[in-house]
Every structure is written in C-alpha cells, then in structure tokens.
Design a protein around this ligand. Structure first.
Ligand SMILES: Nc1ccn([C@H]2C[C@H](O)[C@@H](COP(=O)(O)OP(=O)(O)OP(=O)(O)O)O2)c(=O)n1
Length: 122
C-alpha cells in the first residue's frame, strides 16, 4: 500500500488526531456526520471486524508475517485493518475519549496488574 504517499506525509508523522480530523472532514463533506452516533459507529466497527475475520476464516493457523499470502490478500487485509482502526478512532472521538492517552494509561495499568499478579504468585 503506497497510496499514503498521496497525502504528502511520512507515515511516522501521522497521528491518531490527524486521522480523526481527516475522518471528521470526510464525513462532514458528505453530510454523514449526522449518522455517526456512538451506536452506529460501534455497529460499523463490529461489521468491519467481521470482514477482517472473514479473511482468516477457514485458512487454519497463519504464520506471522503472512509469508504465503498473495499481494492481493495482504492488500485486502490492510484495508480491513484500516477500516477497523478508522471506525475505532471515530467511535472514541464521538464518545469524547482521548484514545491515545487512554491506551497508554491502559498499558501502564496492565503492566502494574501483571507485576502484582506475579508478586502474589511467588
Ligand atoms: N458512513 C460512513 C461510511 C464509511 N466510512 C468509512 C470508514 C471506513 O474506512 C470505510 C468503510 O466503507 P464501506 O462501508 O464502504 O466498507 P468497505 O470499504 O469495507 O467496503 P466493502 O464492504 O464493499 O468491502 O469508509 C465512514 O467513515 N462513514
């Protein structure tokens, strides 16, 4: 997938906030923001997770890095992963959640809980 080059930016310089703003503009221009309620976005997200799952359905276990997959299959996977991410970003936005800060906090909490469980086990 090289189309991101059309955006004129390097991927490492793109933030979740920029994705969120681009998506908001995309929806505003089309008059779709009226449909982007938390519930509708959640349902759209779940639908895309279903489409992502279909790619793996009936394939058996898949090796990391997907060495035996065709270019088309990998491109399809990237598109579905993106749809999931984009709906998740929009869902967090309409819920007033700062997803990046929340995710970092959660990683911190997970690590703390994990250390606590290890301490209790030993
Ligand atoms: N009301 C909408 C409709 C679409 N999108 C954006 C978010 C996703 O990135 C993508 C999803 O588009 P489609 O629902 O057309 O789904 P697909 O691209 O997966 O098409 P298909 O289901 O034909 O594979 O478009 C959006 O933000 N708001």
């Amino acid at each position: 997938m090289e189309n991101y080059r059309e955006c004129g930016k390097k991927v490492k310089d793109v933030s979740l906030q920029e994705l969120r703003d681009r998506l908001a503009e995309f929806a505003r221009v089309r008059g779709w923001d009226q449909y982007h309620s938390p519930r509708n976005l959640l349902l759209a997200l779940v639908g895309e997770v279903g489409e992502l799952s279909e790619i793996f359905q009936w394939k058996g276990e898949v090796e990391k890095g997907l060495p035996n997959w065709s270019r088309d299959d990998k491109e399809h996977l990237e598109e579905e992963l993106s749809d999931v991410l984009l709906y998740l970003v929009q869902l967090a936005h309409v819920c007033g959640s700062l997803i990046l800060a929340a995710a970092l906090t959660k990683i911190f909490k997970n690590a703390k809980q994990n250390t606590l469980s290890l301490t209790l086990l030993t």
